[in-house]
Design a protein around this ligand. Sequence first.
Ligand SMILES: C[S@@+](CC[C@H](N)C(=O)[O-])C[C@H]1O[C@@H](n2cnc3c(N)ncnc32)[C@H](O)[C@@H]1O
Length: 442
Amino acid sequence: MAPTTRQAKRESNSSAKNVESPRPSSSAATAAPVMEPSTRKKMTKNEKQEVRARARRWAENRHAADALAGSSEENEKAAENEEVAENKESVVDTPLPSLESHSSLVRMTEKQKTINLYYFFAVLPVALLIIGSQFLRAMISPPPSDYGSGSMFDSIAPRYDFINRALALNLDMSWRRRLVEEVVGTEGEIFSATHDTVKILDLATGTADVAILLGQAAARYNKNDPPLRTSSTTTDSATVLGLDPSQNMLDIGTTKVQNADLTNIVRLQLGDALKLDSLVDDTFNAVTMSFGIRNVPEKEIALCEIHRVLKKGPHFPHLRAHPKTVESKLAIMEFSEPTGPGIMAMLARIFIRHCVPAIGAILSGHPKEYMHLQKSIADFPPPTEFVRLMESLKCPIKKVGGDEELEIDTFGSFRVKEVINMLFGSVQIYIATPILKKYVTE
Ligand SMILES: C[S@@+](CC[C@H](N)C(=O)[O-])C[C@H]1O[C@@H](n2cnc3c(N)ncnc32)[C@H](O)[C@@H]1O
């Protein structure tokens, strides 16, 4: 009992020592209250009770503060734990590459490797051709500027068609078909527009691809005035006349015309676009020239010869009187180096500059000729310039009646009606009609 009483006394003393005014903060609540010396006097029973009550409140406060501190620590810990858990979750959410997906990654790399290999093998031949064409340029003396005449084509004639198809991936025939369609019309309108025999001249006819297409159109549409089935070899009786200065090209063309059973419609003969002496003025309803004009050095002279032999309305009043008369036409198809900014134009440029001479040289065994081909394309004026050249011509015009006297106030020119671009601007078809102009006198 005694120790208990002493202990109670000690406790009450220590409790009394701990009495203090309530601290506002929880941290303050943890500090032990200090009893002022002035309070050390004998306490009454009431005072003792009050001190005990205050000590109890302090103990409660402290407990509460500890609990609060504990809970905030717990909260922090909990927050930390949550964060860790979240991180864990996010780690778990991001699936680690399974064995299967890993192998698909490996497969993708393999696929990429294959694609790279394809690229490599696609680019390799082009690179080789570029190197080859540069090598040719370095090794072979450049062709003279007048190269491209008939004799040059004589040497490449046997393989000309094959190389054409190979270089143009067989597209060249579709371009020629388009040219012919532009001339004869989709329904062969050129043949139904007049009662006269329709006559078409194909210059630089070569191996007669265009002449044959024209002949086939005539055979199909020329019902009103079918060509006579005679063995005549005169140019007058032919609907389609093909001229070329290369006999070897013409020989191959003649065989093709025979094979196509068009000998009664298509006639081929030697001839130079610069000198169409054998042909009379105002004879042809249409003139075609595919990939030929760039081989002609004096283009203006050839164009004026074409102008001369084309039918011109004012000289043929009966043509104008016919309600369905169509104007005569010149259709020229030619290459030009595409100048456009697009990737396809750039590829076409590389192809024409490097691939054409290199492939042509390999396939024909005549590198100089195919270097000339590329050079003549590079030298050919761009479409706008060629149009200007055609429209600014001043061709001499003979007086009506066919004598040699020239009109002094009239000259001939062309009006370009359409320029059809093909193959990313590397092939053009120029459609023009002959016109007569008067000099303006001041
Ligand atoms: C590239 S080939 C075109 C042949 C044919 N027109 C074609 O579409 O395949 C060029 C032709 O122009 C001929 N040529 C060269 N100089 C010529 C000229 N002054 N007049 C007419 N044709 C000419 C060549 O003999 C050759 O047959």
